[in-house]
Write a protein that binds this ligand. Sequence first.
Ligand code: DLL
Length: 444
Amino acid sequence: MLSSHEVATSRAPIWDPVHECMPRHELAALQLARLKATLERVYATVPHYKRTFDAAGVTPADLRSLDDLRRFPFSTKADLREEFPYGLFAKPMDEIVRIHASSGTTGKPTVVGYTRRDLDTWAELVARLAFGAGARSSDIAQISFGYGLFTGAFGLHYGLERIGATVLPVSGGNTERQVEIISLFMPTVLVCTPSYALHVAEVANRMGLGPNDTSLRLGLFGAEPWSESMRREIEEKLGISATDNYGLSEVVGPGVSGECIYKQGHHISEDHFIVEVIDPETLEPVPLGEQGELVFTSLTKEALPVIRYRTRDISRLMPEPCQCGRTTARMERVSGRTDDMLIIRGVNVFPSQIESVLLEIEGVAPHYQIEVDRQGALDEATVHVEVTEGVFSDEAKRVYDLRDRIQRRLATVLGISLRVRLAEPGTIERSAGKAKRVVDLRQR
Ligand code: DLL
């Protein structure tokens, strides 16, 4: 029998068809009403927003159409840090029931809070993406994100429970144990970062489990950039369908957007978030469909509403409708963060572009790290690439040939030459969470 969420159509069922398939004009009206209420609330309750709106000469009454949002100031991670830990909360502590934090790479963590209603909304948002990616109540989901202040594990946990799936809260790390649990508990869904999924796959292979030997069928991966080639690699090694979902703690955690089964961009839950794409230099909107920095405004959050939050994540909107029937805007997978972008001899390079090139080359393992250093006034990058088993036992000439091939391919695709160093299998550090792709030696 169909559940209330499984509308009988020829298309794949949708968790919340009322909101995910809303006619665009109705969605715009809903967004405007929610945005007005949000702006009024933050202006009245959060001193930071009162100050920044006043400084920009705007009040919530100036919002008459959705386009007027552009008149309001941006907010950034720096604002959250200045108001550390709870200064941007719009609700008193007795209404806050959960805290999470994002460690980031530098400085104080960013602290975020949730009311009871926020947790309920969050579970609904993750339910949408998990269901949209193909998870069902019959699934057993192994959550291999680290449980803790990071939003990944708890976010997916409650979202998967919301759709009725069985959750295995394994947490991250101890990869052999992860593989044993896969054998013993027979999960059908794996939840972690894509880089960790790959590591789990390799350890499983080493322990004698090939792609067809496990119960896994679906991966819900996210929290870091990855490439299409990496997706193929994971799918082959684990024998699953691998999907991507995106979010950030400041905006809610996972649940901002996710891929449906067609894997043609991530559907954004626009009834809860307004998305803008701006040029990070001029701060002006880019033409629809062009790449820029994602900016989100929350429409329903109680504890920590965010207004025009600059994510530093680079993506673009995809205006064409999706075959799945959802009417929500889609964003392309995030190619990287403005802060991760390397500028090498004037050319902008994202680690994910390097990854795509590497994974197309035979003999190269999907593990790499980019070391950036400064030689005089110039940035220099060295790509450390792991090779597959057996490469180093080949004659020296073949090893040099492989290195030169990688170097030439990177130069053709990126337009700059990078130094390449080959590394023995298993020598580049694996992480149970987000992979560290760039080692920056410039600030020594
Ligand atoms: O990583 C939330 C999350 C958890 C999303 C689990 C998906 C799954 P933070 O720790 O605050 O939150 O880190 C947010 O991670 O600004 C992006 O730079 C990056 N990021 C998150 N998801 C993706 C993705 C979580 N699918 C930061 N692709 C964001 C690329 C991603 N980057």
